[in-house]
Ligand binder design. Structure first.
Ligand SMILES: [Mn+2]
Length: 256
């Protein structure tokens, strides 16, 4: 068992708690995570695993116990867990850190694995397309606003949050964001190109788009810098897609 644990897995956007098939998605996700137990060195969750979450000081929101239990199982088996908070679960705070020792990330950052450098993030609000969203995010990430939310009864706040989350999804569908929009309209791609001018990295892995993508990115065709490989993990709603890296190979996979 010693040396086979060398893989790096990426999963995102399960949005557990939304839709009639949430339990079924959770079960199939747990089956996938189960297969990782033997060979995963690290599991990176790229955000929006939960459609809505709020970590209170003394109580835990209902649901998702299978996923939480599975993450605990992986952590106890020695798998490192990293979590990049998404726009739907940005209020996880220290819950997964305390329960499963997850390393929490709130912004895209570059991490090393197996001598390679990965730019990793959830992917919301990148590329400067949506100043309104940037303002909203500041409010949502404001400590005073969070403390206020924590004081209100969940019976009041959870239905509001759920409705807001549903309206986001409808917006997503209506705008036809399911497809690749083109290099100049993909916020994540624009962001990757910006980072490429400042730092060296080999791979970029994001979620949020709900569209599995695997492509080379060259920030400037005239330079000799080798292109980086960009993978978008897609989602665990319609695609059941995820990414895996081992020994110099980053792959996108889909579960049938
Ligand atoms: Mn998202």
């Amino acid at each position: 068992m010693s040396d086979i644990r060398n893989k790096l897995y990426f999963v995102s956007d399960a949005h557990l708690g939304s839709g009639d098939d949430s339990r079924e998605r959770e079960l199939s996700l747990c089956r996938l995570l189960d297969t990782m137990k033997a060979d995963a060195k690290r599991l990176v969750l790229l955000g929006d695993m939960f459609d809505f979450w709020f970590t209170y000081k003394h109580v835990v929101p209902r649901g998702h116990v299978r996923l939480l239990g599975k993450l605990a199982e992986l952590a106890d088996a020695g798998v490192e867990i990293h979590y990049y908070i998404g726009n739907h679960d940005m209020w996880l705070f220290d819950y997964l850190e305390n329960e499963v020792g997850a390393v929490m990330h709130s912004e895209p950052d570059i991490v090393e694995f197996d001598g390679r450098r990965f730019l990793i993030g959830h992917g919301d609000g990148l590329g400067g397309f949506d100043p309104g969203y940037d303002r909203l995010k500041k409010v949502f990430r404001n400590r005073a606003c969070q403390r206020m939310f924590a004081l209100l009864p969940p019976k009041l706040t959870f239905p509001i949050a759920q409705r807001w989350s549903d309206s986001n999804k409808l917006k997503h569908q209506r705008e036809g964001l399911q497809h690749y929009l083109g290099d100049d309209r993909e916020g994540i791609v624009i962001y990757i190109k910006e980072r490429m001018q400042q730092e060296r990295f080999d791979y970029a892995v994001f979620g949020h788009r709900h569209t599995p993508l695997l492509m080379d990115i060259q920030n400037n065709p005239s330079t000799l810098i080798t292109p980086i490989k960009y993978v978008n993990t897609g989602d665990w709603l319609d695609h059941r897609s995820y990414a895996v890296y081992s020994e110099g190979n980053l792959e996108l996979r889909e579960v049938n």
